[in-house]
Design a protein around this ligand. Structure first.
Ligand code: ADP
Ligand code: MG
Length: 298
């Protein structure tokens, strides 16, 4: 008690100030309610020993009403009785909890070199123009399925700027709302990043992460610069795994299946065979759907 008195006295130099602050504390309506609520157990000693907590509570409350925040942003002060002493607890605000919940949903989406705001897209924002209705309906169906992980993915193809990547983002966000996590990668950039992972020996680890993701969305496949390594040691490894374990896999591309196979083909017979085997995986994993319309990228 003497220590607390000392602290308060330092702050309020004269005895008069000290008395004033005590009466200010004890007249605060929340403090009074608190004291009334716990009157059976709150002894005079506990009350006296709690002046600095009451004061902290009042100061913080004032700060919230003046600035909208306590010094503990996202939390508001609350008096708490702990058997033999009083404490100022900080409880999260509704806004803080909501923000945290939104963040938790966004954290289910991992991306590599995708547009900044992709996690904010929703099905509601998608304009269902005729040329993209089929793709859109397929994605909505996929999302609505009892067990999304049971369904085949889609291969959205069509020219540049028609909204394929946008649809991907919306799908990932909707899945995240349902608790499903996904990995979205711009495939040409993924290839570059895997190439640079050779130096620190992390290629295998990175591929394992990608191939095991709950839902995989590879954006712009066919846009990468293809080497046998990309085809046989990256794509084949990922897609073969996903096919064997029945893991939903989506693609977007500017190329049709036929053009993609052509892209995978090298010059030798052996290359041709490998391109065919890879295409078998792509076909097994996804339903091809054309997306049309005008180029929205102006
Ligand atoms: P693609 O992947 O087919 O090349 P994008 O998905 O990148 O096309 O879309 C091109 C542009 O149009 C982007 O800037 C994107 O944000 C915008 N866009 C696409 N679909 C929609 C939509 N439904 N509503 C609003 N903007 C969209
Ligand atoms: Mg795109």
């Amino acid at each position: 008690m003497e220590v607390i008195k000392g602290v308060l006295k330092n702050r309020y130099s004269s005895q008069r100030d000290f008395q004033e602050i005590i009466s200010q504390i004890m007249n605060d309506s929340d403090v009074r309610d608190f004291v009334t609520q716990y009157q059976k157990v709150l002894t005079d000693d506990i009350i006296k020993n709690s002046y600095s907590q009451f004061l902290e509570y009042i100061d913080e409350k004032k700060r919230v009403s003046e600035t909208g925040y306590s010094s503990n942003r996202g939390f508001v002060p609350k008096l708490k009785f702990c058997q033999t002493y009083v404490e100022v607890a900080y409880v999260p605000t509704d806004a803080f909890l909501k923000k945290q919940a939104r963040q938790k949903i966004k954290d289910r989406i991992q991306t590599l070199e995708m547009p900044e705001d992709i996690k904010n897209y929703t099905f509601e924002d998608v304009e269902g123009t005729k040329e993209r209705l089929e793709a859109f309906a397929y994605l909505v169906d996929f999302c609505d399925a009892e067990d999304s992980t049971d369904k085949k993915g889609a291969y959205l193809y069509g020219s540049y700027g028609v909204g394929k990547t946008y649809l991907f983002g919306a799908l990932a966000s909707e899945l995240a709302q349902k608790g499903v996590s996904s990995y979205l990668a711009h495939f040409p950039s993924l290839v570059v990043s895997l190439k640079s992972a050779i130096a620190d020996n992390s290629v295998v680890q990175k591929i394992n992460f990608i191939k095991e993701s709950q839902v995989l969305l590879l954006d712009d496949i066919g846009g990468e610069s293809l080497t046998p390594w990309v085809r046989d040691d990256i794509l084949m490894v990922i897609l073969d795994y996903r096919m064997r374990y029945n893991l939903p896999t989506f693609f977007t591309s500017n190329l049709t299946f036929e053009q993609l196979e052509e892209h995978f083909k090298g010059t030798t017979i052996e290359d041709e065979r490998k391109a065919k085997r890879l295409m078998e995986r792509v076909r097994a994993l996804s339903v091809p759907i054309r997306v049309g319309g005008e180029n929205r990228r102006k």
